[in-house]
Design a protein around this ligand. Structure first.
Ligand code: ADP
Length: 207
């Protein structure tokens, strides 16, 4: 199973992504986790991206492209499936993801969108802030991440919808309920998915 996850911050991408990946026996590639691991290890990439993470800004496309290309190449070598969580987040990234995946013969079968409303997202992230101490879980940075989501990420959903691979699931219920709903919905998609090449999205031309 090859899945892209697209959802606002706090929607449960991390939790659901890990569970879905385990269910299908494929790697969970979470770009935020990969970046935070570089920061924690103090690599040169980590030093480059730390400020972006702290401010809730998007890491530059070129950095993300290299990171995702490597992660997808490893996943492809290991068997082909993946749950890519946190990428793409912009029209340009959507196109880059498509090109990278095409070159590896592993385009996504499903773009999984978790729908959670803004108030709930802010509530979840603020309650997580007390537990995980992520540098970007403060209210102003949460608002910025959310604004970026609405501005540059949400528009790509339409492209996946037109390609016929969008699966939109309500992310408001309990984590276990969402997992069950997602797995049931993915099960019905299995074998039916066609990785139809999409046209270059008009939104990209405007980006
Ligand atoms: P969330 O979805 O809750 O904001 P993530 O862990 O997915 O959390 O991402 C955390 C941060 O990592 C983002 O705010 C951004 O700085 C960086 N990041 C992750 N994925 C991308 C991406 N595709 N493009 C640019 N920056 C990214």
């Amino acid at each position: 199973m090859r899945v892209l996850m697209i959802a606002p911050p706090g929607a449960g991408k991390g939790t659901q992504g890990a569970r879905i990946a385990a269910h299908f026996g494929v790697p969970h590639l979470a770009t935020g986790d990969l970046l935070r691991r570089h920061v924690a290890r103090g690599t040169s990439l980590g030093r480059t991206v730390q400020d972006y993470l702290d401010r809730g800004s998007l890491v530059p496309d070129r950095v993300m492209q290299d990171l995702v290309r490597r992660a997808l190449a490893d996943a492809t070598a290991a068997g082909g499936g993946y749950v890519l969580d946190g990428y793409p987040r912009t029209p340009a990234q959507a196109w880059a993801a498509y090109q990278i995946a095409t070159s590896l013969g592993a385009t996504a079968e499903v773009a999984l969108h978790l729908r959670v409303d803004d108030d709930e997202v802010v509530r979840r992230l603020l309650s997580r802030a007390g537990i995980e101490h992520r540098s970007d879980d403060t209210e102003p940075v949460i608002r910025r991440r959310l604004a970026l989501y609405h501005e540059v990420t949400e528009p790509i959903l339409d492209w996946y919808d037109r390609r016929g691979i969008l699966l939109s699931v309500d992310g408001m219920p309990s984590p276990d309920q969402v997992t069950a709903d997602v797995i049931a919905a993915l099960g019905t998609r299995r074998g039916q998915c066609v990785s139809r090449p999409g046209p270059v999205p008009e939104l990209l031309a405007a980006a």
